[in-house]
Design a protein around this ligand. Structure first.
Ligand code: SAM
Length: 481
């Protein structure tokens, strides 16, 4: 697996302010997508009420939780290595318990307890409210497992604690699960069927973040454009909804509008979009509100219609180009990013060239690019031979990454000599005299600190750039403050 943007957050342990009443220490480490990081905040919130403070030192932990990812084999290998590390620590700390959360827990279920002898607890993504009972089980010396997937769990009633926060940006989850059944993807099996969260609980959480001084939220889901609230329940059961439920249903364009209006000073982002579900209503809503950022993460996975069909992506490449063209007409300065998979079963050199042609057509601002990794249980694993040799997958991946790099530079250069509003997120990693933030298009910008502070919107003149970072100087405060 290779990515263009850095993986620095993977495996981060998370911590929050100590509560003197709490007596036990929780070490929680997260892997995978933003959804997992957001879920860890829900878990920490539940456990803060069960007597746990968070710690960032494994050696002080009474309970170690690892929130896992199954999307590619490498993600699982990384977690298994971490479990070996926890095992070594447990030798000196026999009372320490270890729990596996998230997608690996769901995929492997109690097999994990048998395979990884040190694991005490296995909890799937829909079972976190059961953690107090499960912890009681392990405290009493029994292994504990809950991997039941739910039709309606959205954790809408849990106010997540914000872990390792910069106090500026936060995730707000709006859907859970996925119904797309892309043939390569394990998500429908590990996170269950798609369901949407009550819009009022989303607005309440966003307003609460606004009151706490947050300046940017990202609405999260595997497929946010498919958001549909009609009073609760699975998306697939919408055809059984009553007339009243249909008339009062809230879709993603409605939700975006509600959030943008509720917090007009807050920046709003969303991820991930699936081309087959993205409507032009969503794009018009983006255009209508200055505070909705002009960036869309729009995975395509392949440029070949034959491969798209085998992936069950439910759109053609021509339809994808139409969508991109229409978005550019409505929002000319919209930035795009993508996910791409190389070496899907049967992929020919022609298919690969079609993928390179998509990059050339869209000229994405950035992208996440992966070599196909066969995942047990998926339709591709059951019906198709993983027939592209690893060296071919890797060569095609390198070609895609090289082309994407050229486009990153091209796109970043487009911002040069402009004055753009940047939201300061923190100190630049490379130079502590500089602030780091992003523009609406999600491009990172750095500039000298002067008297500005974290959380300020600042108008910055862009003087120079690398392929992924703008280098500028502050002009004055932005209008969004
Ligand atoms: N829901 C989004 C979608 O369908 O476009 C994102 C799903 S996934 C969490 C993130 C990315 O991982 C996918 O877009 C895909 O590019 C990649 N991915 C998923 N399964 C994969 C596999 N078996 N091998 C390699 N990459 C994979």
């Amino acid at each position: 697996m290779e990515k263009i943007i850095d993986e620095s957050v993977q495996g981060n342990s998370l911590s929050l302010k100590k509560d003197e009443k709490n007596t036990r220490n929780l070490y929680i480490e997260s892997y995978g997508c933003s959804m997992n990081f957001s879920d860890s905040e829900i878990v920490a919130s539940i456990l803060a009420n069960e007597g746990f403070n968070t710690t960032q030192e494994l050696e002080n932990a009474d309970l170690v939780l690892v929130n896992t990812c199954s999307i590619r084999e490498k993600a699982e290998t990384t977690v298994r290595k971490r479990l070996e590390k926890f095992n070594a620590i447990k030798k000196n700390r026999p009372h320490m318990k270890v729990g596996v959360l998230g997608c690996m827990a769901e995929r492997l279920k109690s097999k994990l307890l048998e395979e990884e002898k040190i694991v005490d607890m296995v909890v799937g993504p829909d079972a976190y409210k059961d953690l107090p009972n499960l912890i009681q089980e392990i405290d009493e010396g029994r292994d504990a497992v809950n991997v039941v997937l739910s039709k309606d769990e959205t954790y809408g009633d849990i106010s997540p604690v914000r872990l390792n926060t910069n106090g500026v940006s936060a995730f707000v989850s709006i859907t859970r699960g996925c119904d797309n059944m892309c043939t390569f993807c394990v998500v429908p099996f590990t996170r269950g069927r798609e369901r949407s969260r009550d819009p009022q609980s989303i607005i309440d959480e966003v307003n609460d973040l606004g009151a706490k001084g947050y300046k940017e939220i990202t609405l999260l889901g595997q497929n946010v454009d498919s958001y549909l609230w009609y009073g609760g329940g699975l998306k697939k059961d919408f055809d059984k909804a009553s007339e009243m439920q249909i008339a009062t249903a809230v879709d993603f364009a409605n939700l975006l509008d509600m959030v943008a209006v509720a917090q007009p000073k807050m920046r709003i982002r969303f991820s991930t979009s699936n081309p087959q579900d993205m409507s032009l209503d969503v794009i018009r809503t983006m255009a209508k509100h200055d505070n909705i950022c002009k960036h869309i993460h729009l995975p395509v996975q392949s440029g070949s219609n034959d491969i798209l069909k085998k992936m069950n992506r439910l759109h053609t490449i021509e339809e994808y180009f139409d969508l991109i063209d229409n978005i550019k007409k409505i929002i000319p300065d919209c930035a795009f990013s993508h996910d791409m998979i190389t070496g899907f079963p049967t992929e020919t050199e022609e298919d690969h060239k079609a993928t390179l042609a998509v990059l050339d057509y869209v000229k994405y601002d950035y992208g996440y690019m992966f070599a196909y990794s066969e995942r047990p249980g998926t339709l591709a694993a059951r019906k198709m031979e993983d027939d592209i040799p690893n060296d071919v997958k890797q060569r095609r991946l390198s070609e895609i990454i090289a082309l994407q790099r050229e486009h990153c530079l091209l796109r970043t250069k487009n911002h040069l000599n402009k004055i753009q509003e940047i939201l300061i997120e923190g100190i630049s990693k490379k130079d502590d005299t500089m602030w780091m933030g992003r523009n609406s298009q999600n491009v990172v910008a750095v500039f000298p600190k002067e008297n500005y502070k974290v959380g300020d919107f600042v108008n910055v003149k862009m003087n120079d750039c690398t392929s992924a970072t703008l280098i500028g100087e502050a002009v004055d405060f932005g209008k969004s403050n």
